[in-house]
Design a binder for this molecule. Structure first.
Ligand code: GLY
Length: 418
């Protein structure tokens, strides 16, 4: 059946809302779409790793602080925290073991933007993005030039690779050991012959058993590398399914001024020089003083291809609610893979959406792990965490990542118009 683009979008939004709201009911979700209709100002929304810094930022905003400065107060917290390996100091490094950071910001009241990509040795890249906005005639600086600019602006150079992140990177390097010259080498008691098709008989072990063996080997190696026992499972998870980390924050004051920012260490073990969506104005963050603000965490490449944050703000400009606007951006990601769940299971994106009247929504492609669903953190006088409205139930790339049969209600036929 062929449908017009307008028809597709309307059907897709309706179908995704039905799916999302249904999933949320099943999850006893409290981000029930009602929040899309209720507006309250001032308000700050952000990703879960900003929760510790929200009270301070909200008090600052309520006392007349600038909206971008309030948002930056939130994201600076995880940037400074060596134990948050998704952003700033302690972020997981690129494939060469070097931390490279991306960030951008938009200031609604003055309609300005700043951005930096692939920055090494400077932890507060969100503030460097703001400095680009305030102290240059440019919008974006990358790599060595961005680092030199930051130093000129007074930001200290420091080693961003913590011992924990270095060990996780080493564990990741060593899991490729049959394919490269990193240990364990031939002489190591842990060395195992690579599976060569011509010499190795096909294994009869079930897939799940092979995964268990692999995970056990990684956990043993994590212990040998000195990764703390309570952090080993998380380290193995990061190796098997490299995370994208990231924090976004949008802030709106009682006058209706609005700003946003996003910062990240990007995809773990990426190729050096890779920039994700976080430094891309319109993808990782977009703010329009007339409409609202949006930002993203998750699979950066997918979000860039739909210009997610800009798409959401433009959707709201056309009259969609924050929830509908976010769901439509997710549908565009799904459309890019022709609704193929075999591929979509490896992608996840969370959008944080704030309209100028204080209405907001948190939406995600997947709902996340049942014990740790995706959330949006909100402060509008009351600080709270709300589960996102998701398009699909479950976690992307399950851990352990066994291939799982897709529940019938999540097949493309039930979600989309054919
Ligand atoms: N969303 C963060 C990244 O992909 O780099």
């Amino acid at each position: 059946m062929s449908i017009t683009r307008r028809g597709f979008l309307e059907s897709a939004v309706a179908a995704s809302l039905a799916t999302g709201l249904n999933a949320q009911n099943n999850n006893n979700n409290n981000n029930d779409g009602e929040s899309s209709r209720r507006g309250k100002r001032p308000i700050i929304i952000c990703a879960h790793n900003g929760v510790k810094y929200l009270d301070d930022a909200f008090a600052f905003l309520k006392n007349g602080g600038d909206t971008l400065d309030a948002a930056l107060r939130v994201v600076k917290g995880p940037e400074d925290d060596p134990n948050d390996d998704s952003v700033g100091l302690g972020g997981l490094p690129n494939e060469e073991g070097v931390v490279e950071l991306d960030a951008c910001c938009m200031h609604g009241p003055t309609r300005r933007a700043g951005s930096v990509g692939g920055v090494r040795n400077i932890k507060n890249v969100s503030l460097v993005a703001k400095a680009v906005m305030e102290h240059t005639g440019h919008v974006m600086l990358v790599g060595e030039g961005a680092e030199r600019f930051a130093v000129a602006m007074g930001f200290p150079r420091e080693n961003l690779l913590t011992e924990r992140s270095r060990k996780i990177w080493l564990l990741w390097k060593e899991q490729h050991s049959t394919d490269d010259w990193w240990g364990p080498g031939l002489a190591d008691p842990h060395w195992e012959a690579p599976a060569l098709p011509s010499t190795t008989p096909p294994t009869t072990a079930p897939h799940s058993e092979l995964w268990q063996q692999r995970i056990q080997r990684l956990e043993e190696r994590a212990a040998e590398l000195g990764i703390e026992p309570e952090f080993r499972a998380a380290a193995v998870r990061r190796v098997l399914s490299p995370p994208t980390g990231t924090i976004h924050c949008s802030a709106l004051n009682d006058k209706g001024e609005i700003s946003g920012c996003t910062t990240t260490s990007g995809l773990a073990f990426k190729l050096p020089g890779r920039c994700g969506d976080s430094p891309i104005i319109g993808a990782g963050c977009y703010t329009d003083q007339d409409v609202g603000s949006a930002g993203a965490t998750g699979s950066g490449e997918e979000n860039i291809k739909v210009a997610g944050a800009h798409t959401i703000v433009e959707n709201m400009r056309r009259g969609l609610s924050p929830l509908e606007a976010g769901m439509d951006a997710l549908q565009r990601i799904v459309r890019n893979y022709n609704h193929d769940m075999n591929k979509l299971q490896f992608i996840d994106v969370v959008y944080f959406v704030l309209r100028k009247d204080g209405a907001y929504a948190g939406v995600s492609l997947w709902s996340g792990y049942s014990e740790k669903p995706h959330t949006i953190v909100v402060h509008d006088g009351t600080r709270r965490s709300e589960v996102t409205v998701s398009l699909f139930k479950g976690a992307s790339h399950e851990f352990p990542p066994f291939p799982v049969a897709m529940p019938k209600e999540l097949t493309k036929d039930s979600v989309y118009v054919k």
